[in-house]
Design a protein around this ligand. Structure first.
Ligand code: C2E
Ligand code: CA
Ligand code: CA
Length: 278
């Protein structure tokens, strides 16, 4: 778990490990988090692997709870999904990101997209599209500055509805990326029929390639598959120069990971962009 201080870490693990009552505490805190404005956004750059130029960024939510400390999204997002709270959080994330892009609080390059994570439950919600459209309108930005990242499970839950919603987003100019590719159950034939523009290869497929020939071959096959479907390929969790070089050689177009830049608060992200001549 990523936490900002040891104190927070202790408080936080206590909250999760003490069973249903503590989970209840987490839920209660989560219910209040939206009204009390405890969420913030961080931005992580993606780069073109060929020359490491800026290729876009991913928006990631952060929660700093007065009671529980910094709670990582890997832990509270699933709880929020179960409790039906993810619509509200997701809507806040989209509102905040588009507002920031519209008024310049979030530095960017309008030729590059900001990627937003959308979970299965959000996509299934009937009001999802209306909310999405009104967030764009309110901020005065078009769908062309947004990319939506969805996981395979989001698409498998209800393929017809999901495909229809994603197609509607595309009509707004939004591009769709399949997140955590390789960790779900997508078959080649299934992928072919989904309205997606890019595949994002999950970090576990990148982590072991230095010195593990089988892992390297598996990654090569995944990139080849994406390319044969004429999809852009983004590698996630790139941490070493060796990984970046190997991915570039495979024809993987973009990379994201600590090697290039960590998730950053908007002012730090603006500085990162300036340092990279964007
Ligand atoms: P994800 O969408 O797969 O996001 C990528 C995660 O990998 C982020 O973790 C990021 O900080 C981390 N990461 C980036 N580069 C590296 C690297 O080089 N090495 C390693 N080890 N990790 C790296 P984070 O921010 O903790 O987010 C975790 C998950 O929580 C996300 O996984 C996503 O599924 C979910 N999440 C985050 N923000 C949102 C949101 O706004 N809405 C929804 N629905 N889910 C979100
Ligand atoms: Ca993502
Ligand atoms: Ca991912």
């Amino acid at each position: 778990a990523k936490t900002s201080s040891p104190d927070h870490c202790v408080l936080f693990s206590a909250a999760l490990e003490q069973g249903p009552r503590e989970r209840q505490r987490l839920l209660l805190a989560l219910h209040q988090a939206l009204e009390r404005e405890e969420f913030t956004l961080v931005l992580q750059p993606k780069v073109a692997l060929a020359d490491r130029s800026y290729a876009g960024a991913e928006v990631l939510v952060r929660w700093s709870s007065p009671q529980l400390g910094d709670v990582p999204p890997d832990l509270f997002v699933p709880v929020a999904e179960d409790a039906g709270l993810i619509q509200g959080i997701g809507d806040w994330v989209l509102g905040e990101a588009t507002r920031g892009l519209g008024n310049g609080d979030i530095a960017g390059d309008t030729r590059r997209r900001m990627a937003i994570n959308v979970s299965a439950a959000q996509l299934q919600n009937e009001r999802f599209l209306d909310r999405f459209r009104s967030r764009l309108d309110q901020a005065g930005v078009t769908g062309e500055v947004i990319e939506v990242e969805v996981t395979e499970s989001a698409l498998l839950a209800s393929t017809a509805v999901a495909a229809e919603r994603l197609e509607a987003l595309r009509q707004l100019g939004v591009t769709i990326t399949l997140d955590d590719f390789g960790t779900g159950y997508s078959s080649f034939s299934h992928l072919k029929h989904l309205p997606i523009d890019a595949l994002k290869i999950a970090p576990e497929f990148i982590a072991d390639i230095d010195g593990d020939a089988a892992a390297a071959r598996l990654l090569a096959a995944m990139v080849a598959m994406a390319r044969s479907l004429e999809l852009r390929v983004v590698a996630e969790g790139v941490e070493t120069g060796e990984q970046a070089r190997f991915l570039t050689g495979l024809g993987c177009t973009e990379g994201q990971g600590y090697l290039f830049g960590r998730p950053m608060a908007p002012p730090d992200f603006a500085r990162w962009l300036r340092d990279h001549d964007v």
